[in-house]
Design a protein around this ligand. Structure first.
Ligand SMILES: [Cu+2]
Length: 480
């Protein structure tokens, strides 16, 4: 009778010991020790696995750059990027880390930007704290409470436009236990692009807000361009290797049905969770603003095609990449028949450039001016003010029948050459946005404004290069 309580006591002591030990281990691994600067990589590269067994302070330096780049063969686009490429730099940290985030907006940029990291616990995911004007740098910090693979993106209004221009990337918060070693890790991110011109139309393409609102992209691509992962850019592995793909969807709109033709994912961590992989998956769905990672062993050499299994996106709009597996001459039907040419998206390099990139001619008549101005308008202004000049409610004021234009030519010339920001009332509606200053010549400003004045029920005035010269102002500095 007396033995039982003793046993119970012994068991209780024993459990208490275990509990104490567990607490010690936990607090050790939670303690933030030391400091390091995050290694950031451009897709498809991934920063090295984290081997440290404790949390640390991690400094992340990310620079926003707006730059023209290739979207498809003969098609270029002004991308807004986190680090110079689409998708943005891959960030890899560990659960429990204290992150000091520096968002730098390059002085050559035209727009303010910020960052919302889905790995952040806090209002806006960092967005309000990181709103940064061109030529400025913002700092905020957060603790990585939850492990997982997370999307980050710009959240500056109009948010969908910033995201559509390429402002997204992935941040991996490794669980405390770490991640297993594999032979290759790759970074792939899907995005939908909305260009004024149809798929394949050559030259620099402006953003179409109308197509974005309709969710009708001309391009759906991996890693920022059609062909970013095909041919010489294909991912590479050797027979017998284990491969881990970190796949995100920046959107802004489309969900990906991600699939690798000829492979079965041995493990999929749905929605970026680090706890429980699903096994033996054919196609995994990745939502806009979401991510997943998957592992598989490549047993057979050949070329494996990665697609969004909504297949016209893959074969007609660009969402197609390749993983080339080398190894013994064990030719499969895939490696035998699939060539880069066959699988390049249709239509991307078919059309000839109709427009010559030569110096724009000088207008001799008002009609010339209107015609030349239309092209300038479509390339520079239509993205926000829309091809029909109607603007976008709450974001971009109209130019069609705009009462602002009735103030006279001088304020309009000032707005275009110097930029415009702050509260503005057009046709009774308030706007509070930022229009960058345009680096256009006197001739170009004259032409685009003559086009605007001559269109959509406006006054029909002509603006001459002399008037532009007279009223031109230096670009206004953005204020925070
Ligand atoms: Cu932005």
């Amino acid at each position: 009778m007396k033995k039982i309580p003793l046993l119970v006591l012994g068991a209780a002591l024993c459990m208490a010991n275990i509990a104490v030990a567990a607490t010690v281990t936990k607090s050790n691994s939670d303690k933030v020790i030391g400091q390091e600067t995050a290694v950031l990589t451009d897709a498809p590269a991934v920063p090295p696995r984290i081997t440290r067994k404790h949390a640390t302070k991690v400094i992340v330096n990310l620079e926003v750059k707006e730059l023209e780049g290739r979207l498809a063969d003969g098609v270029s686009y002004t991308f807004w990027t986190f680090g110079g490429k689409v998708p943005g730099k891959f960030i890899r940290i560990r659960e429990g880390d204290d992150v000091e985030f520096h968002l730098n907006n390059h002085p050559d940029n035209k727009m303010p930007h910020n960052i919302d990291l889905h790995a952040v616990t806090g209002p806006g995911g960092g967005a309000a704290a990181s709103l940064t004007a061109p030529g400025h740098s913002s700092v905020f910090s957060f603790k990585a409470l939850n492990p997982g693979l997370y999307v980050y993106h710009c959240a500056t209004a109009p948010v969908a436009m910033h995201v559509a221009n390429g402002m997204y990337g992935l941040i991996l918060v490794e669980p405390k236990a770490g991640m297993s070693k594999v032979d290759h890790e790759f970074y792939v991110m899907q995005g939908d692009f909305y260009t004024q011109g149809k798929n394949g139309e050559q030259g620099l393409q402006a953003f179409s807000m109308a197509k974005a609102i309709d969710e009708k992209p001309e391009y759906v691509v991996f890693n920022g361009a059609a062909g970013a992962l095909t041919g010489d850019n294909a991912l590479k592995a050797k027979k017998g290797d284990t491969v881990r793909l970190f796949v995100g969807v920046g959107g802004p709109n489309l969900t990906s049905s991600f699939h690798v033709i000829g492979e079965i994912f041995d493990k999929v961590n749905h929605e970026g969770n680090t706890a429980a992989p699903a096994k033996n998956i054919q196609t995994t769905m990745i939502p806009a603003g979401g991510a997943a990672y998957m592992e598989f062993k490549v047993n057979v050499p050949g070329t494996y095609i990665m697609v969004d299994h909504s297949l016209t996106r893959a074969f007609n709009k660009g969402a197609l990449g390749m993983l080339k597996v080398s190894g013994d001459e064990d030719k499969t039907i895939y490696s035998g028949k699939m060539t880069d040419e066959v699988y390049l998206p249709e239509g991307t390099s078919m059309r000839n450039a109709e427009r010559s990139q030569a110096q724009a001619p000088t207008a001799k008549t008002k009609a010339d001016r209107v015609k030349l101005g239309e092209a300038i308008y479509n390339n520079n202004c239509a993205a926000c003010h829309q091809t029909t000049g109607v603007g976008v409610p709450q974001a971009f004021p109209p130019l069609a029948k705009s009462d602002y234009l009735l103030n006279g030519k001088a304020p309009t010339i000032k707005a275009v050459t110097g930029g415009l920001q702050g509260k503005l009332v057009v046709n009774g509606n308030e706007y509070n946005g930022v229009m960058p200053a345009w680096t256009l010549s006197d001739e170009e400003v004259a032409n685009v404004l003559t086009y605007i004045y001559s269109s959509w029920g406006n006054s029909g005035d002509e603006v001459t290069p002399e008037e532009v010269k007279q009223h031109r102002v230096a670009p206004v500095k953005h204020v925070e």
